[in-house]
Design a protein around this ligand. Sequence first.
Ligand code: IPD
Ligand code: CA
Ligand code: CA
Length: 287
Amino acid sequence: MESNEKVPYVLTGKSHTAVAVNAAAKAGEWIKSRLGAYGQLATKSSEQDLVTEIDKGAEQMIRRLILTHFPDHAILGEEGVEPGEDASLHALRDAADEEYLWIIDPIDGTTNFVHGFPFYSVSIALAKDGEVVLGVIYDPSRDEMFVAEKNKGAYVHGARMAVSREEQLSQGLIAVGFPADPVAKLPINLRGIEALAPKVRSLRAGGSAALHLANVAAGRLSGYCEVGLSVWDVAAGALLVAESGGQVTDTKGEAYNLEVRNIVATNGGSLHTELLTVLKEANATGF
Ligand code: IPD
Ligand code: CA
Ligand code: CA
């Protein structure tokens, strides 16, 4: 090695999980301190697709913290990708060969953040060779840190999580979503919502896909489905649900992978099958 060649200084000794938890906590605290008090509001792919300088700043903060510890890892963050379905799919495919890929949604639930409605989250996942091995979701409003490691279970502040036990859809509390694509995706979701409403105990639409998934993992929701999501909305939450004993598939019932955009995540078993059937019969799978 040439004597004047710069050797990058790499911090060692911190686990992937510790770095993700620290980044989610720091970003979440800052986001909460600015709840409803952003400076600039802009729209992206549609009038309903919002972004503020806090989304961008939080992503920047998380990227820096990750790269401080793992400078050779790749990062896919929502605010670093052009808006729209095609761009997010291309960005994911471009990163397909990365050994370590961090997947970030700095604020999942930006509309809620803008309005001061306390249901939003920071979502950070790590994929190794294309498979999610770590999922961290932080809910600043309730100060809840949800963490899952592949094959090691899922925890909220150290307490092991387990999905709920309802076996029938009629006993289920199911979350749904209204995606920010009012033309292609909203009508599909509305068909699903109309078909599900009379068949479940009740429906909820909190406005944060990641937080819906964390709450399925925690056993507080029986399931969640939405058509038209992006990888950063679901990567961390999918692992949380799976590691809590639940089931995560696409709306056709195929196992979750990073390219899944139409998601069904439940406590598993017959409730999952029932939910898939309702969506199929309502022509609400998005396929
Ligand atoms: C949105 C939220 C929302 C869901 C949308 C997502 P964003 O993410 O997760 O609940 O219905 O489909 O796009 O834009 O707040 O990061
Ligand atoms: Ca999101
Ligand atoms: Ca976001």
